[in-house]
Design a protein around this ligand. Structure first.
Ligand code: GLA
Length: 711
């Protein structure tokens, strides 16, 4: 609900209130973001007071922006904390002072960018007292999440240096921050640390949201735990270079702000033109990190990921990458399809190497036509064989890339970002998606393949980060627009392909989980979580990912051992159990399995189908943290609390182990549950508060429990 009363805006979600007011000098101040409050006059919370060295704006007395809790901060007007927007006018002046200029119920979505569906919309207008610039702040109120974004409109020519999506000033307190950092094959490791004075700034300058830092930041009141305490989550719906800042000020207040990274960003705005920032989801909970994750997961599933995927069973795929890498021909693939079919797999996905002259990662990207030397008869025999087995066919593309050794590059060397000699990454260049003709050229090729064959699944990969940052399509003064225009091009292609081929299921990927973000989820309902498929590593990666994303968005495959990334050997059952905590699949030569293993796959798939609905729509509870202890355990509970699924792992076997307990979570204390594997029936309260014996197992061994409530 949105209410405007006595110069105050009350944005009331189900689990939070967000309150702003226009103060007596006409500035928009932030008063409260936290647990629900009534529609009281909260102006006393921002009472102005004098502070030495705090500049006073020309139209105010006492009041200083230096200490005021603001909604969107200008620059050069006395607020020395992180600015939200910065731009220069034609005379080179840079100061901006934003004053309230009205509001409207409703709002506009950010053009060309991923956007959440629904929510109750509010627009607040600010006017710069120093330049002819108007800022529209947009708010979309959802039950447990508030979405914000902004639009900068120029009444005179300006050059934008920064345009953040949001800024929020929280009251003085002792906070900590949680970020998800990592690297290729080790994505989204949670890291918590106290927030000291000054600014903690995280982000990516790689042209992609990145493996290295996820576009997500949580701020928590010290002492917050998995299920208790105050936690704020901030998550960008953006897949390019970004910045998120948490800044503790001289008065102990904390500003959280962020958006498109501005290390190398500028945007020329002519009179009458507008720039839209990406959206950001803000979430508050007093139910700890678990409460935050469930709120974000519900929001992403219901309002960001396309609606049709909420209940649609996910394809259980067999992917040939780790089975063959580039070394395949028609015969090998047909054999893999034949091996997958009787096991219950429903989609065969042909990965990298089927197009152009691609026999290694040095050639062929950009040439999206079938390599007939490798695949006699093209894709048709493969599609036909899948169909004959009642299976579907999926295929891999890396639309944003070009190899130097490709027909596309030979014809259009200027289509690549930068000028020769350029840096390579995995031997390839990035196509300049800031240019519509480049996007069009890739669309035509990809669409031709999708039109020519019955393809029901596309894995969209992206395997290098951006360098040079130069476009042949942009004038000198606009080179700073390249990275954001590139993302607009990526989103345009993703939107067009998903709209033109609604029957195709798209999975995102970027060298594993290098672009695992809410922006991508607006187009692709799931993302390949990591190239690291080792079940122990994956337990951690999926645990970290779950802070900010639903398990249904994580693509998780069972792969061969010794594992190709870590060399570790883990039990087949562990690989199945960990991969069941997401959109499951297989990535190994199913033809090489023993009969016992084939039986295990059949059983795993049957078991997965039983929990698939829980994976898609259930609530996640993180029980045992593999980053801080010797055990991993996660639990999914159905919304109606009638069923639950628990998976756990022992990292290292414990010699002379003693009895330990694991407490479950999220159950209905008033219901009785049968724990099938243990042959035990107990009250939900008992399972949550007294717990169950924690299985004592060998290295990387796992267990799973199915809980069913008694009628
Ligand atoms: C990336 C992906 C892998 C696979 C390869 C193919 O690394 O993450 O899953 O598709 O590319 O080259």
């Amino acid at each position: 609900m949105i209410l405007h009363k006595n110069n105050t805006f009350y944005l009331q979600g189900k689990t939070y209130s967000y309150v702003m007011r226009v103060n007596e000098w006409g500035y928009l101040e932030h008063l409260h973001f936290g647990a629900p409050v009534g529609e009281d006059d909260l102006g006393y919370l921002a009472a102005a007071r004098e502070l030495s060295f705090a500049p006073v704006p020309p139209d105010a007395k006492i009041f200083s922006l230096d200490t005021s809790p603001q909604e969107y901060a200008g620059y050069g007007q006395g607020d020395f904390r992180t600015p939200s927007a910065m731009y220069t006018r034609s005379d080179g002046g840079i100061a901006s002072r934003f004053r309230y200029a009205g509001y409207a119920l409703g709002g506009e979505l950010p053009q060309g960018l991923p956007a959440a569906r629904g929510g109750e919309l509010l627009t607040i207008y600010l006017e710069d007292a120093c330049a002819k610039v108007r800022i529209a702040l947009f708010y979309a109120v959802f039950d447990a999440v508030l979405v914000r974004w902004a639009k900068i409109e120029a009444g005179e020519r300006i050059s934008i240096k920064r345009a953040y999506s949001f800024s929020v000033d929280l009251p003085a307190g002792d906070y900590g921050t949680l970020v998800l950092h990592g690297r290729h094959a080790a994505e989204r490791t949670p890291e918590k640390r106290p927030l000291g004075h000054g600014a903690l700034s995280v982000g990516s300058r790689r042209g992609a949201s990145s493996h290295q830092m996820n576009p997500f930041l949580a701020l928590y009141a010290q002492g917050a735990g998995e299920e208790t305490g105050e936690v704020y989550g901030f998550e960008l719906l953006y897949s390019g270079s970004f910045t998120l800042v948490a800044e503790r000020s001289q008065t102990e207040t904390v500003r959280i702000a962020g958006g498109v990274d501005d290390t190398n960003f500028s945007w020329q705005l002519g009179v009458g033109e507008a720039f839209y920032t990406p959206q950001v989801a803000l979430c508050y909970t007093n139910s700890g990190f678990g409460g935050m994750s469930r709120a974000l997961a519900d929001f992403l599933r219901s309002s960001v990921i396309a609606e049709k995927y909420l209940h649609m069973p996910r394809p259980i795929v067999a992917n040939n990458w780790e089975a063959t890498y580039f070394d395949f021909d028609r015969g090998k693939l047909l054999a893999l399809i034949d091996a997958a079919a009787p096991l219950g797999v429903d989609t065969f996905v042909l990965d990298d190497g089927w197009f152009g002259k691609r026999d290694s990662d040095t050639t062929g990207l950009g040439d999206w036509y079938v390599n007939l030397k490798k695949l006699e008869g093209g894709l048709a025999p493969l599609v036909a064989r899948c169909k004959a087995h009642g299976m579907r066919f999926g295929i891999w593309f890396e639309p944003e890339m070009v190899s130097e050794d490709s027909d596309l590059y030979r014809a259009h060397p200027d289509y690549a970002i930068g000028r020769a000699p350029r840096c390579t990454g995995r031997n390839q260049y990035i196509l300049d998606f800031s240019r519509p003709e480049v996007v069009e050229c890739v669309y035509a090729q990809v669409a031709a393949i999708l039109r020519a064959h019955e393809i029901s699944y596309v894995k969209w990969d992206m395997n290098r980060h951006m360098t040079e940052f130069f476009s042949e399509g942009l004038p000198a003064a606009r080179q700073g627009e390249l990275q954001h225009r590139y993302m607009l091009g990526v989103y345009a292609l993703a939107r067009r392909l998903t709209e033109d081929f609604p029957e195709v299921f798209f999975e995102g990927c970027s060298g594993g989980g290098g672009r695992f973000d809410a922006g991508m989820l607006a187009y692709f309902p799931q993302i390949w979580t990591s190239d690291n498929t080792d079940s122990l590593s994956r337990a951690g990666i999926q645990w970290g990912t779950s802070y900010a994303y639903p398990v249904s968005a994580m693509s998780c495959h069972v792969s061969a051992c010794p594992n190709h990334q870590t060399g570790r050997v883990t039990p087949f059952s562990s690989r199945g159990h960990i991969a069941s905590l997401g959109a499951t699949g297989y990535e190994l030569d199913l033809g090489k399995l023993t009969e016992k293993e084939r039986e295990a796959v059949r059983a795993q798939i049957a078991a997965y189908r039983r929990v698939a609905a829980l994976v898609q729509t259930g609530d996640l509870y993180r029980l045992l943290d593999p980053f801080t202890g010797n055990y991993f355990a996660e639990m999914l509970v159905a919304k109606d609390k009638k069923t639950a699924y628990v998976v756990g792992m022992t990292v290292h076997a414990v010699p002379a182990d003693f009895p330990r307990r694991i407490r479950l979570a999220g159950l209905d204390g008033a219901k009785k549950y049968r724990v099938e594997e243990l042959g035990l029936t107990c009250g939900g309260g008992t399972l949550m508060h007294a717990g169950l014996p924690l299985p004592s197992l060998g290295d990387c061994a796992t267990w799973a429990w199915h809980l069913v409530a008694e009628a």
